[in-house]
Design a protein around this ligand. Structure first.
Ligand code: SF4
Length: 291
């Protein structure tokens, strides 16, 4: 397989065949994100993507899941995505699902008919980085979308029968905005009603604007227990979910949690209360954390 630069995918796509159809991220301005700082956004030529699919057909003929990279491959129009999805369907007879990262703009720019067509072509799950439900936090980190726009985008994907997986970041507002960040994130995720919701814990990446702000004393990083208390606050404000798999299984987190919401809400809150009472001994050591 041929890859260009750093390639990331959600933890749940660990066993998927990863196909780059774009390079980088079309936004690439979030202050906390260093993933594509050295890789300007570019659309990969279709012929190259099709050649890779042919290689994968020979090497991984039993592929059931494919993930389209990089950072927001749904920046591609439906017209560009359809030949890729068709080629994947013909190459892999056992194909069950194609996944993709998307931002609000990618989804809102597409018509309902285009999203429904992409769904029929196996595009089954969209991963969207909400990061925070607070517009103030989103503005500070230059997310490029409001919480209301992201709610609308997720609802649009769901209306096209795509599964949605939403990601938030603990500590993104720092101590000053922690309460607003947690309450708004819980409320907004409830409005989105996604099938999956996960939270990462902020880790500063050298070279990013947020790292620079931290070095200059303009941003305060929260400690592990404060992040855990923030997570409790998020879960306490998560209402209105139909059936959502919740996880904090990312390597950046201090405490891995898993459950289904709303039914496991009391159990998750009790686990967090217990960990908060035990303090550092209940948490993953700092040296084990990673992005
Ligand atoms: S967080 Fe997502 S949208 Fe923001 S720059 Fe990174 S890849 Fe792009």
């Amino acid at each position: 397989m041929r890859y260009h630069g750093t390639v990331i995918r959600p933890p749940s796509e660990a066993r998927s065949y990863i196909l780059q159809v774009t390079y980088g991220c079309s936004h690439n301005r979030c202050t906390f994100c260093g993933t594509y700082l050295d890789k300007p956004f570019r659309v990969r030529p279709l012929e190259e993507a099709l050649e890779d699919i042919e290689l994968a057909r020979q090497m991984l003929p039993h592929t059931r899941r494919v993930f389209l990279a990089d950072g927001d491959a749904l920046a591609l129009s439906a017209r560009r995505l359809i030949p890729i999805l068709d080629a994947l369907a013909s190459a892999f007879p056992h194909l069950e699902r194609v996944g993709i990262y998307a931002n609000a703009r990618n989804l809102l720019r597409k018509s309902a008919a285009d999203l429904a067509l992409l769904r029929r072509k196996n595009l089954g799950i969209v991963y969207l980085g909400l990061e925070s439900g607070s517009d103030e936090v989103l503005r500070r980190v230059r997310k490029g979308a409001t919480a209301a726009e992201m709610v609308e985008a997720v609802r649009k994907a769901r209306a096209a029968s795509m599964r949605t997986s939403v990601i938030g970041i603990l500590g993104l507002g720092g101590p000053a905005l922690s309460s607003a960040h947690a309450e708004a994130t819980g409320r907004v995720v409830g409005q989105m009603d996604p099938e999956y919701f996960s939270m990462l814990s902020l880790m500063l990446v050298p070279g990013t604007e947020l790292h620079r702000q931290w070095q200059a004393g303009e941003f305060q990083l929260m400690g592990p227990e404060a992040m855990l208390a923030e997570l409790r606050h998020v879960i306490a404000h998560l209402d209105g979910l139909s059936h959502c798999i919740f996880r904090t299984n990312h390597a950046s987190n201090y405490l891995p949690l898993a459950g289904a919401l709303p039914q496991d809400k009391a159990r998750l809150l009790a686990t967090l209360d217990n960990a908060l009472a035990r303090g550092q001994s209940a948490l993953r050591p700092e040296s084990w954390r990673a992005l």
